[in-house]
Design a protein around this ligand. Structure first.
Ligand SMILES: [Zn+2]
Length: 173
């Protein structure tokens, strides 16, 4: 995950940044560190200046953090925007991701309507396949605790499969 995606996910916008330091090693260990000088708006309103840092070692997964975040005024924010090369958070991946998120929400809603509830415990059911011949049926989510089943009609099955397939092809988180 890159700096832009990470910050956008946490409610920052109007983001400008510049790599200021990389491959610094922490306290003698073999940790790689990258630091970015960043200005951004928190929750679309408050201008902030901070350092965004990634750490990685051979043994641990990459970690990310915001350090020394301070409020700045709008004049300082605008000046920093220019110095750091302008706002960066409007790239096409962002637009694509918003569209995909909307589509995913829609698919989940439609799927929820297609899955019936369990006749025994009223939980939502899922598609399962019979061992013997792989014939599909609705089985209780709580199997093996609950063994409730319902038959599935071919129209619902086709729709469910097509929605699941589309969902699996939505590549971005
Ligand atoms: Zn059940």
């Amino acid at each position: 995950m890159g700096i832009l995606e990470w910050l956008v996910d946490r409610g920052y916008s109007g983001i400008a940044f510049k790599l200021v330091y990389e491959h610094e090693s922490q306290s003698g260990s073999m940790e790689d560190v990258e630091r970015y000088d960043v200005v951004a708006l928190k929750d679309n309103v408050t201008p902030k200046r901070f350092t965004w840092v990634t750490y990685s070692t051979r043994w641990k997964p990459m970690t990310y953090s915001v350090q020394n975040e301070t409020d700045i005024d709008h004049v300082a924010y605008r000046e920093a925007l220019e110095a750091l090369g302008g706002i960066r958070d409007r790239p096409s991946w962002y637009v694509k991701r918003v569209q995909e998120e909307e589509r995913r929400t829609y698919i989940d809603k439609e799927l929820a309507g297609l899955y019936p509830t369990c006749p025994d415990c009223e939980q939502q059911m899922v598609i399962r396949h019979r061992k013997r011949d792989h014939a599909p049926f609705f089985g209780c989510k709580s199997f093996p605790e609950c063994t409730g089943t319902r038959s599935v009609d071919s129209t619902s099955l086709r729709r469910i499969m097509s929605l699941l397939d589309e969902k699996s092809r939505l590549t971005m988180r």
